[in-house]
Design a protein around this ligand. Structure first.
Ligand code: GUN
Length: 296
């Protein structure tokens, strides 16, 4: 089959321009420029890169951004104090705490301390709950980005069997929830498979749409995919690569060369879901700045 590549990089670049135009409009009308703050704890390579990209994208769009750093030995109390400070800072429209956090800090406790009206990551239980019943809320960035790709590529979803591989709170669960929503994109029959599933390959072979978010490089093989399927690859694992200056490359969860020829649409890694994740956070920041979801 002649597959179409889902170009997340190009789509994200287009949305970036749309967001920048909105910021220009806000400026021209004398409104408040959206302000995103990011808390980064420690020096994990992946987290450093993600946060640097988020800050850079804010600048490119015209948002205000603040990066707040702590060393890995920061206490939970110190971090909670900072969250409280940002909750109460009227200049900050939205903020994120980059995950993962060091083991001695409860991620859940930190997430629940964030004012849900500033929770542009959409991780707070109020946002998760509102999403699951279809109410306005901040939707977490990766699933929101995937939904936007499906929409902009006009991929049919109604009545389709969608298999989500992975059950994380950040991707798998919200993805399943959004795809079963009475909406477009949505109206899917959704199956969620995970590391304890016994019939995962069989489920995948029945899928019209497969979203792979396991974090296992090249997990999805050609013989697990039906002819004409849509495959979205959420994997971004760093694998050693001596030919790269950085010493690594990003590997997706899909064995692309085997799977792509069977697909109608497939998203690559890099250049697929990744750029959309960042842009969705930016969109949430704009919505937070405009108080478009939660009035004060
Ligand atoms: N770690 C991996 N993905 C994310 C994300 O979307 N937001 C935050 N805060 N941390 C992450």
């Amino acid at each position: 089959m002649d597959y179409k590549l889902i170009d997340g990089k190009a789509t994200a670049a287009q949305i970036k321009q749309e967001l920048a135009a909105e910021v220009e409009k806000i400026k021209a009308e004398g409104g408040k420029i959206p302000h995103l703050a990011a808390i980064l704890v420690g020096h994990d390579g992946g987290s450093e890169t993600y946060v640097a990209n988020k800050v850079r994208t804010c600048e490119e769009i015209g948002f205000k951004s603040s990066l707040i750093r702590f060393e890995a030995d920061v206490t939970e109390e110190e971090l909670l104090r900072k969250v409280d400070e940002l909750n109460n800072n009227p200049d900050v429209d939205g903020f994120i705490v980059q995950l993962p956090l060091p083991k001695h800090i409860s991620e859940q406790k930190i997430i629940e301390a964030i004012d849900y009206r500033k929770d542009v990551d959409g991780f707070h239980p109020i946002n998760v709950g509102r999403m699951s019943i279809g109410l306005p809320c901040f939707v977490s960035a990766t699933p929101a980005g995937i939904i936007e790709l499906i929409r902009r590529y006009g991929i049919e979803t109604q009545g389709k069997h969608c298999v989500v591989l992975g059950r994380s709170n950040i991707v798998g669960k919200p993805m399943a929830s959004l795809l079963m929503q009475k909406a477009y994109p949505g109206d899917c029959t959704v199956t969620v498979c995970h590391s304890r599933s016994t019939n995962l390959a069989e489920m995948c072979r029945q899928a019209d749409i497969i979203i792979v978010a396991l974090g296992v490089p090249e997990f999805l093989k050609g013989d697990m995919v039906k002819e004409g399927a849509v495959v979205i690859d959420v994997g971004t694992t760093r694998v050693p690569d001596a030919t790269r200056k950085s010493g690594f490359r990003l590997s997706g969860d899909v064995k692309f060369d085997e799977v792509a020829p069977k697909c109608s649409y497939i998203s690559p890694v890099p250049g697929g879901v990744g750029p959309m994740t960042i842009i969705s956070l930016m969109r949430n920041t704009l919505l937070a700045g405009k108080k478009a979801i939660y009035a004060e």
